[in-house]
Design a protein around this ligand. Structure first.
Ligand code: BG6
Length: 482
């Protein structure tokens, strides 16, 4: 796809980043914007306006951007980096103060005057979700977005990070506020997992290769295991995490979206409206969890309560494993195991699809436990696909053993791959909502997760040693029950 040509065609655009000095902005957004800029993928007339509480000059903000980019990028691209820094502006403001929004509005009007025409406006909320409601309301009350909702040649897009609400009720309240001021086409709810190259590949792979088509259902698949395991701990996010827990942090969003990608029907048309509808349809079919003690395990790593910002009595889970099923004839009885944990012994995200075994094998297998047909979508740190199958063991024997076929994206992604946040930003500028979650999807996911959260205290919070595989009872969910 010729991204550059399309970007050149886009009208002047102003992106306002709320919370530009925050962690996400420094770790991901500023670098992602730099890469897009350097590849010529941003509109020709483009401006980045930081909005946050800190009292900074533009020079201070540029310093912060430089430190986010790092010395490697700066020394290799001196002239280009300077040009990039020149597109930054800064407005100090309190998220709760309407006057600060009015000032922001005036500055945006001035920028447009300099552009010589009205500009597209993109508002990126890189702030704690507690500020969302206030920001939606103030953008409206200060008239920054009002006239834009009426549409014209230019657009307004609002980007919100997860978690969107903390349960069904709060997500609904937040949505009511959002929908009051923005229409669905203007709302971009970010789930950066959808923007990962290898996650996008799931649909391409499933719907382009006939070899797996006839077995991609309950007849051919006996179990699917979706895991997001991290060696990292809190990394300064103790306050957020002890209020949120792992199930809200990555279960309600990333893992359920991965489940949707593996099980959704063929959308026939691969555009935002069709794909989002198919994802939401499958999320609506998640069967409410019946017996939580039998289908869920939750844990906390041993030194979690000593992390900065975490209270000594915090019962937030840093690990969970749940078994879920779909109310869908195609998937009836197939367990989907969703597992995630912090401070684990490994750092990996992947989806393993276990196919049903042959009723009868021609020869004995070397290791019964390990001899199955599986297909693994590797998402992190490896990016690729692995298929394992049975083959004759070499030599004067008739034993069967497990072998693998492996495909890796690595060579392609290191050079010119679009990182998830580049993709998120690029698509939101282009106006493609495919990789963003719709209202329907968010609510369907909360409808499934909320009752589990409400029953969390019915199961023990198991303390596990940092750097291990998690709580001992996690293996109880691996037993095949089909
Ligand atoms: C974020 C979570 O959404 O995803 C983090 O808030 C988690 O807790 C992260 O570490 C994992 O993302 P990735 O892309 O590093 O796998």
């Amino acid at each position: 796809m010729n991204y550059k040509a399309k970007s050149d065609a886009i009208l002047p655009t102003i992106i306002v980043i709320f919370g530009i000095t925050g962690d996400l902005s420094r770790r991901k957004l500023l670098s992602a914007l730099w890469y897009l800029y350097n590849k010529g993928m941003l509109p020709k007339q483009f401006c980045i306006m930081g909005f946050s509480r800190r009292n900074l000059s533009v020079a201070d903000l540029q310093k912060l951007v430089r430190s986010a980019l790092g010395t490697g990028i700066i020394s290799a691209n001196k002239v280009q980096v300077q040009k990039f820094l020149d597109i930054f502006l800064y407005q100090q403001g309190d998220f709760d103060n309407i006057e600060d929004y009015r000032t922001l509005g005036k500055r945006i009007d001035n920028i447009e005057q300099n552009f010589g025409m009205r500009a597209n406006r993109l508002f990126y909320l890189s702030v704690s979700p507690v500020h969302y409601e206030k920001i939606f309301q103030s953008l409206h009350d200060s008239l920054i977005v009002k006239s834009y909702c009426e549409k014209g040649k230019v657009w307004t897009h609002i980007l919100v990070e997860k978690p969107f609400g903390r349960d069904t009720r709060t997500a609904r309240i937040l949505d009511e506020k959002l929908i009051e001021f923005f229409c669905e086409e203007e709302i971009y709810r970010i789930d950066h997992y959808l923007a990962k190259e290898t996650v996008q590949n799931i649909l391409s792979f499933r719907f382009s290769n006939p070899i797996f088509k006839s077995v991609w259902n309950r007849e051919g698949i006996k179990k699917v295991h979706i895991e997001l395991l991290e060696t990292l701990g809190m990394e300064g996010r103790g306050v957020f995490y002890s209020d949120t827990g792992a199930l809200r942090d990555v279960g309600q969003n990333h893992l359920l979206q991965l489940l949707a990608m593996v099980t959704m029907e063929n959308p026939k048309k691969f555009d935002a409206s069709h794909i989002r509808v198919k994802r939401s349809e499958i999320l609506k079919r998640l069967l409410p969890m019946q017996d939580i003690a039998h289908n869920a395990v939750r844990g906390q790593y041993d030194d979690f309560v000593y992390e900065p910002g975490v209270t000594e009595r915090s019962d937030a889970e840093t690990y969970f494993k749940i078994r879920t099923f779909l109310d869908d004839p195609l998937w009836e009885g197939v367990p989907f195991i969703l597992e995630s944990g912090k401070r684990m012994d490994k750092n990996r995200t992947r989806i393993t699809v276990y196919f049903r075994d042959m009723q009868q094998l021609p020869y004995p297998v070397t290791d019964k436990e390990k001899c199955h047909n599986t297909l693994t979508f590797e998402i992190k740190p490896e990016e690729g696909i692995e298929v394992s199958f049975l083959a004759k063991k070499q030599g004067f024997t008739h034993m069967l053993e497990q072998r693998t076929l492996h495909f890796s994206y690595h060579d392609n992604t290191t050079n010119d791959g679009l990182y998830a946040y580049e993709r998120v930003l690029y698509d939101s500028i282009r106006g493609d909502q495919t990789l963003f979650t719709s209202t329907e999807e968010v609510h369907a996911a909360w409808r499934y997760i909320t009752p589990i959260l409400e029953s969390w205290n019915k199961i023990p919070l198991e303390i596990y040693t940092s750097g291990t595989c998690g709580p001992d009872s996690r293996t109880s969910l691996d037993v095949d029950n089909t």
